[in-house]
Write a protein that binds this ligand. Structure first.
Ligand code: PLP
Length: 446
């Protein structure tokens, strides 16, 4: 018998409501809060609230719990390591797991060239490290980012983040020197090409080359191009391989560093270690966080050795590379390898996309289905011809599915990002997809 979500009291139940009330009084309302879930217990693909409701997790805490919640080997690693050593700071001293992890990361990231690693505590910090190292190495001023991209919220990474005005309003000046080019969001071409790829001839790449580099940022003054190999917060948007290869070519021609933000798309989510591998491109810098330590704050910037060969004191942090979390990261990598999670992400992802495309035939509100592996986007529209975003309806779908025990996350103006843990089975994915379709039917009346 395949397990299903269990709703014993309409959420939020009394215990959850009490807690949310206290949260309202004390926590900053800057957090958007998708649904009134109070996480209490979890394992694998299941999360329980304090009222006894059990939810199927289709979001993995934004692509974090790739090996599943509280994988027994992760729990065992934490207990073992905490019993031995919790902390020695890495700016001044050395620890064993950090060294092993750095070596392993250089082996599993693309490119057989010599690499170096810098450890951090979050995605935004991985990006900051990449930006700083790139500027230091090239001694150039400009960076290219992309419209609708998300790279974090600190002043350097935020300078690249353009998913919504709310993220940027009242925060200028951010780090100067960042110019934005259109991303190949082909379902809604930012350059207005109705015919789409490949008929457009990759106009967005031409725009970057001829308009941005031709008029705004002279290419010999551009330090780096920072991009997501699949846009995450922007709506799980997969670019054409030719575009990614085009970025590599432009970078090579002008001595620009190609910076691959794998914070959300990496660690096996797309069925390969790194999403960029689907496009046959080797970046110069890879930025990693989220799933690397199964929910603990951790991250890394992995780069061609020369880019991270800045002098002592050029960049440091106190908590980066914590030995317990570095051990967890080694365990996470081993789980992904030993349990065949890349293969499972590919298999279940294909199954989900196939089923969602069938659903699209039944429900006018589904404008687009896209994705790679278990990074699957579903975009809702009010009208397939005008493509008017069905933002309210998307919100309602998230809320109503939650009441039925399915955890969904939104992305972009009117998309869902389906990103279950990579351990999910086809049967569990079907349970979630059945709930999703039932909810779409109710909300859209289709
Ligand atoms: C692609 C990408 N880069 C960077 C970040 C920032 O990571 P963090 O929230 O850990 O700072 C995110 C977070 O969602 C992300 O999706």
């Amino acid at each position: 018998m395949v397990r299903r979500p269990k709703i014993v009291v309409e959420p939020p139940g009394p215990k959850a409501r009490e807690l949310i009330e206290i949260d309202r009084q004390y926590l900053s309302p800057a957090l958007t809060r998708t649904a009134p879930l109070v996480g209490y217990e979890a394992e694998g693909v299941w999360v329980r609230d304090p009222d006894g409701n059990e939810y199927l997790d289709f979001g993995s805490g934004i692509a974090v719990t790739n090996v599943g919640h509280r994988h027994p080997r992760v729990v065992e690693t934490v207990k073992r390591e905490v019993d031995r050593l919790i902390f020695v700071n890495s700016c001044d001293f050395y620890t064993i797991p950090q060294v092993h992890l750095a070596k392993k990361l250089t082996e599993i990231t693309p490119g057989s060239f010599k690499k170096r690693v810098f450890f951090v505590n979050s995605g935004t910090e991985a990006v900051e490290c990449g930006i700083k190292a790139t500027r230091y190495y090239t001694q150039r001023y400009y960076f290219v980012g992309f419209i609708n991209g998300f790279h974090g919220r600190t002043m350097g990474s935020l300078a690249f983040t353009t998913t919504s005005p709310a993220a940027r309003r009242r925060f200028q000046p951010m780090m100067p020197g960042v110019v934005h080019a259109p991303y190949p969001y082909c379902y809604r071409c930012p350059l207005g090409h109705k015919e789409g790829y490949p008929e457009c001839g990759l106009a967005c790449l031409d725009y970057l080359e001829n308009e941005i580099l031709g008029h705004v940022a002279p290419p010999d003054e551009v330090a780096g191009i920072l991009f997501e190999p699949v846009q995450g917060a922007g709506g799980y948007i997969v670019p054409p391989a030719e575009w990614v290869r085009g970025l590599r070519k432009i970078a090579d021609e002008h001595g620009i560093v190609l910076m691959d933000d794998e914070v959300q798309a990496g660690m096996g989510r797309t069925g390969r270690w790194w999403a960029i591998e689907h496009f046959g491109v080797e970046p110069d810098v890879v930025l990693i966080s989220k799933a690397i330590a199964a929910g603990f704050p951790f991250g890394a910037c992995v780069a061609k050795a020369e880019i991270l060969e800045w002098g002592p004191g050029a960049h440091e942090n106190t908590l980066g590379g914590n030995p317990v979390l570095a051990s967890v990261a080694l365990t996470v990598i081993d789980i992904i390898e030993k349990e065949g999670l890349l293969e499972n992400a590919r298999k279940v992802g294909e199954h989900m996309i196939k089923r969602l495309k069938e659903m699209q035939e039944r429900h006018e509100i589904i404008g687009d289905v896209r994705g790679i592996g278990l990074m699957v986007g579903v975009e809702f529209v009010k009208d397939r011809r005008t493509k008017e975003p069905a933002t309210k309806e998307r919100g309602k779908i998230v809320q109503e599915a939650f009441k039925k025990g399915l955890l969904l996350l939104g992305a972009g103006k009117s998309s869902l990002r389906l990103a279950p843990p990579l351990v999910i089975t086809e049967e569990e994915a079907d349970v979630g997809l059945d709930i999703l379709e039932e909810t779409i039917k109710e909300v859209a009346g289709s």
